[in-house]
Every structure is written in C-alpha cells, then in structure tokens.
Design a protein around this ligand. Sequence first.
Ligand code: SF4
Length: 278
Amino acid sequence: MDHHVLGISGGKDSAALALYMQINHPELDIQYFFTDTGKELPEVYEFLDLLEARLGKKILRLTTFKTFDYYLKMFNNYLPSPQTRWCTRMMKLRPFQEWIKPWLDNGEDVYSYVAIRADEPHRTGLTQQHPHLHVTLPFREEGIKKPDVKEILENSGIGLPKYYEWRSRSGCTFCFFQQKIEWVHLLERHPEAFDEAMHYEKDALEHGSPFTWTQGEPLQELKKPQRIIQIKQEFEKRKQRELARRRKNPLRDGLEDLSIDDIYDADEGNGACIVCAK
Ligand code: SF4
C-alpha cells in the first residue's frame, strides 16, 4: 500500500502546495500533517483552521508528547540554535519519522510532498533516508515560483497567513531564525511570548548556555526603548534600499507586494529551517 503525506508548516508555501495537489492531483489520497511543538504562534493555528476548512480534510496534529521544557533540560538547558538545532530534530522531524515508521517497516511506500519552489535552487528537502520513503518536490518540478504561490492562496480565498504582516517565517514564537525586527514585533504583538522567551534565555545563560536567541544580544538588551528605535530605523533603511532596487527593475519584482520576507537579512536571522518555515 502507498501512503501520500504532506507536511503543513503554517507557512504560505506548504499551504499552497496542499491546495495545488488537491486541484491537480485529486486521485491522490494525501494525508496532511502538522508537527506541533506547543510553542507556535496563535496565528499559525488560525491559519491551519482556515486551510482545513478549505481542504475539507483534517490536518493531523503530530506531537512528541514531550514538551519543549523536557528537551531543554535534556540538552542541559542549552537553547536551540542554528548550530545545534535540537528543536527541529526532536520536535519536528522525530514525530514525523515515528508516524511513518510502521509503514516503512512493513515495506509500504511513503511519498512525502515538500514545498520547495522552483525559485529556491539553494534549498534541499529532507533527504531520502529509507528506500521506501520518496521525497517529492512538485513545485520545483512544475516550475511554481513565489508569485504563483501567492496566486494559489488568493484564488483559494485564504490569502497569506496573518503573521506575514510582521514576521517572515512561521514556527515557534521564539525561533532563533527571526531577525531583530521580528523580535521587536513579537514584543509588541505577543508580549507574553516575548517574556517567556526572555525567561528561557535567562535560565539558559545562568546554566552556561553559549547561545542567546538572537546573535550576540540577550532579549533584555534588545527590548530597551532606545535599542528598539535603532532596530526599527535599521529595518526601515533596508526596506528603502530594497524599494530603490525594485524601482530600477519594477517589471521583475513589483513594488506593491514588498513583504518582511523580501527584506529578510540572512546574517541577522541566520537563514531558515526547511521543516518549520515552509
Ligand atoms: S521554528 Fe525555529 S525554534 Fe521552532 S523547531 Fe523550527 S527551528 Fe526550532
């Protein structure tokens, strides 16, 4: 027996892929799943509900049944970071692997559809780890790019997830892939989540963790009013630079749909996680 699975991250690309597959491959009985760390943004759950209603199908919620606090202790109170991404390994990948393991052990084939677009040549999916696990990249194979993803979501009536107004990536409230401006936005929109992140960080530093959530700057410092003004000014400069670049080439990039994702500073945000952010 074959199994077809598609991981929904709460972000735009995986949501668009789910809709795309439903329209273009109705013959496949795809099981949608979301791996829940228990630290997701409320906007992510709202978006999942909308998508579920549009698909007319349940999005299975997978968890490890162990909390972030449990794993934090297990990793000696070291915060996860781009160098030691235990959060993704333990809380995003493991539940998926455990879910499909009985099928693979039974010799059944699992087809996993991953939302890597044709305009993301640098990204790779979860590599084939088992002869019966087949990772497929329909967007890349069929030339689907970022504007197409937006169109799919708009045509479906869902639109982009709400958090794109202030954040470039989905995932945990305290994800270390955030840029500094996104931490400021988290403080303004979800102060309780910011406080929780600050608490984890303080505890981790006291236990000798070498990592802070955002490179070289504890959240205690980042939340100071003067620092916030500075971060906002730096972000505005980046935005103006990107707009100026686009004005030179308006046909290619467009001016009207500039989002925080388009101004993502990889040095500050450290890139992105393929499992969490898509
Ligand atoms: S969203 Fe960020 S913090 Fe959460 S599991 Fe993914 S990489 Fe880790």
